[in-house]
Write a protein that binds this ligand. Structure first.
Ligand SMILES: [Fe+2]
Ligand SMILES: [Fe+2]
Length: 263
């Protein structure tokens, strides 16, 4: 790519309008994730009660991330903006039938074990994406005076979420749900890489307009996003569906850690 990811994000952070859009999109996705997990925790089936506090913690962490991104906006004296629907990753996944339907989560009927498998498989895939993206931001901006602390904290949480999904899916696989888990993971990963591509293209189109990028630069970025998708479609998706026992066990065992004053 003509443009490094670091200089790209640096440019987005440095400009108020692009930073505002970036933080608004992130805050909205995190908050939706928090709501989904909160509902799932409330509807856990009898046989999986032990999972309820971990799902609730997962939701509390995502809510906290939403607050952190809003606090970052506040700190710069900015208000969140409306998130363009084509950049709404969480909503687009739901619309593609990935994860649990919001209709189901708005109801009060308990979920089934199959629904829990769906939630965990969806999380295995999306938390991989989140963990990878936060690791990338951490590599570049861990010491950034404005966003460093937030980035480090969220990155650590996303690693916990990913570890937890591995551990719980392995537990359910050994309880006989292996075939369903494999099928669901595969479906989820193949849909996620497409949604991620489309959202990336949409976000970059908005950023390009805000930052006045020349046509060649936007074209190079779009080509990079298509190349990443081609790679993920060919081979990369497999990384999102493997299950290995994590080093961090029971990563969501305790209560959520409070967000120290990031703002
Ligand atoms: Fe998050
Ligand atoms: Fe997460």
């Amino acid at each position: 790519m003509m443009l490094s990811a670091k200089s790209l994000f640096q440019e987005i952070i440095d400009n108020d309008a692009s930073y505002r859009l970036f933080c608004s999109i992130a805050a909205s996705g995190e908050t939706q994730g928090g709501w989904e997990n909160g509902r799932i925790a409330a509807l856990v089936p009898e046989g999986e009660r032990a999972l309820a506090p971990k799902i609730a913690r997962h939701g509390a962490d995502e809510d906290k991330h939403g607050r952190i991104f809003n606090a970052l906006l506040n700190k710069r004296g900015l208000r969140p903006v409306r998130v363009p629907p084509e950049t709404d990753y969480t909503m687009l996944l739901e619309r593609h039938g990935i994860g649990l339907a919001h209709e189901k989560l708005k109801g009060d009927r308990p979920l089934t074990v199959e629904d829990i498998v769906t939630y965990l498989a969806h999380s295995r895939v999306t938390e991989q994406r989140a963990a990878d993206q936060m690791a990338m931001l951490c590599a570049y901006f861990a010491d950034h005076p404005e966003v460093g602390r937030a980035v480090r904290m969220i990155s650590d949480d996303e690693d916990n979420h990913l570890a937890y999904t591995h551990e719980e899916l392995l537990r359910l696989a050994s309880a006989g749900h292996g075939p369903l888990i494999r099928r669901t993971l595969r479906e989820c990963a193949l849909a996620e890489i497409r949604v991620h591509r489309d959202v990336s293209l949409a976000v970059m189109a908005h950023m390009g307009r805000i930052l006045g990028w020349p046509r060649a630069r936007s074209a190079a970025l779009a080509a990079g996003i298509h190349a990443l998708y081609a790679y993920e479609r060919l081979a990369g998706w497999r990384r999102m569906v493997t299950l290995t026992m994590p080093e961090r066990r029971d990563a969501l065992g305790g209560p959520a850690t409070a967000a120290p004053e990031v703002a």
